[in-house]
Design a protein around this ligand. Structure first.
Ligand SMILES: [Zn+2]
Length: 449
């Protein structure tokens, strides 16, 4: 990217900058190593000017500093855009429980603050949301909650007696719609559109044949009506055949990676020609066994800080671990992750549109905040460079959601970014050195160990 030396655009911007956030005095971050988020290499010695909740300018060091600005020297530190999850959930989990009673403002706000602690500045709650989502979302948009910003699918469209299985998600009747036919599917979309959902979510999967799949009649009607109402559709899939069916029916986002078979040319060509986004959610299957395995990362203070005391006791309990490790379904989770890693690399190499998400918050073990770091680390394990992984989690994730006001560090965009002691583009594990997260121009220092 071009680093501006001229000061004129900055002055023009400051004149237009929105006011209302606590302190409108510009803040100037100097001597930063800047990771723009678009995949371009880091720029050393950048000066970032923040005003009115936005990035006012990105200058090279030595440029004139606006009068009255607060100056912070970031020598030795690296700045990246805040991470964006295209697939998470809020309000479902408390401690080790997953229950409709958890869906409260208190739970949601605590989760949004936790995401922010871990440098995640935008979270998409991809379905199973109750009526309080709307108010929480508008407060989050305005930066009133001290946490990550929140986008969301309203209820989402599931299958009667099928996905998402009530036994797993245990949500209230006002958190999911399960249409029986095309007419009910269209009515479901209309009700979600009327409540101003950001996008639509459909569950297409039969969970390996364990539950009834969504009928083609229902998913085609739901996708067609969503598009008529100007809404994009994210689809839950697991297998390649379902992924192909979703893409053929007009899905805009595949909300999970393909985990049964290697992606083939037919699928890659369909994704690319239709411009469909793909969100791998590597951390999902990983979470099924990593805590029970006591994988090294799960024992780090950085990961442990994301656990409630109840969840920490559970993962430390040898009896719980033995039970999880004896579950015959665990082998499927491990092979699903291996296939997901392989397919992510193939799709990135092929130039498909790949976003970023984890399915964090859907179950107690998919831990908000740490899951997003794990997704970054696993993306690099899949063969991506750290710079590519960070681009997925920032600019690409923003594009997948159609959010043009974030995802890069560039003039005019939201001042949502993270500051690291060590450069995560050198070693992706350095995301754990996060020092501070900024949301809408407001800094939140690390309180993690
Ligand atoms: Zn999900």
């Amino acid at each position: 990217m071009r680093v501006r030396r001229s000061f004129l655009p900055l002055l023009a911007f400051l004149a237009l900058a929105p006011t209302g956030l606590a302190d409108d005095r510009p803040v100037v971050l100097t001597h930063a190593r800047l990771v723009v988020g678009d995949g371009s290499p880091p720029v050393d010695g950048a000066t970032i000017v923040v005003a009115g909740g936005r990035i006012a300018a990105v200058l090279s060091d030595g440029a004139a500093i606006p009068d009255g600005a607060e100056v912070r020297d970031l020598r030795g530190k690296t700045v990246t855009p805040g991470f964006i999850s295209d697939h998470s959930h809020v309000g479902l989990v408390r401690g080790t429980s997953i229950d409709a009673a958890n869906y409260t403002r208190e739970t949601i706000e605590a989760e949004l603050r936790r995401y922010r602690e871990y440098g995640v500045t935008t979270v998409t709650a991809l379905g199973v949301n109750g009526p309080i989502l709307e108010a929480a979302r508008s407060d989050a948009h305005a930066g009133r909650l001290g946490g990550a910003d929140l986008c969301g699918v309203d209820r989402g469209v599931g299958v009667p007696g099928g996905a998402p299985p009530q036994a797993v998600v245990n949500v209230g009747p006002d958190q999911i719609i399960r249409p029986r036919d095309a007419d009910e599917a269209r009515a479901a979309i209309d009700s979600m559109a009327d409540r101003k959902t950001d996008l639509v979510k459909l569950w297409l999967d039969s969970m390996g044949g364990a539950v009834p799949a969504m009928s083609p009649e229902v998913f085609r009607a739901a996708i067609a009506r969503s598009h008529e109402r100007g809404l994009r559709v994210a689809v839950h899939i697991h297998d390649l055949a379902d992924a192909k069916a979703a893409v053929a029916a007009g899905a805009d986002i595949l909300a999970h990676g393909v985990r049964d078979l290697p992606v083939d040319d037919e699928f890659i060509d369909a994704l690319k020609s239709k411009g469909v986004w793909y969100v791998a959610t590597l951390a999902l299957d990983d979470a099924s066994f990593a805590w029970a395995d006591r994988a090294a990362w799960t024992r780090s203070p950085f990961a442990r800080a994301a656990l409630s005391s109840e969840l920490a006791s559970q993962v430390d309990d040898p009896a719980w671990r033995a039970k999880v490790l004896a579950d015959p379904r665990l082998a499927a989770s491990r092979s699903s992750l291996a296939m997901n890693l392989r397919n992510l690399k193939a799709l990135v190499d092929a130039g498909a549109k790949v976003g970023f998400g984890t399915d964090s918050g859907a179950t107690p073990l998919r831990v908000a905040g740490i899951a997003e770091h794990r997704e970054l680390w696993l993306s690099v394990e899949a063969g991506l460079t750290p710079l590519q992984a960070i681009a997925l989690a920032t600019s690409r994730a923003a594009s997948a959601l159609g959010l043009e006001d974030r995802g890069r560090i560039a003039p005019g965009l939201r001042a949502d970014f993270a500051i690291f002691d060590s450069d995560p583009t050198v070693d992706i594990a350095n995301t754990a050195t996060i020092r501070e997260t900024w949301v809408l121009g407001k800094p939140y220092p690390r309180s993690l160990p």
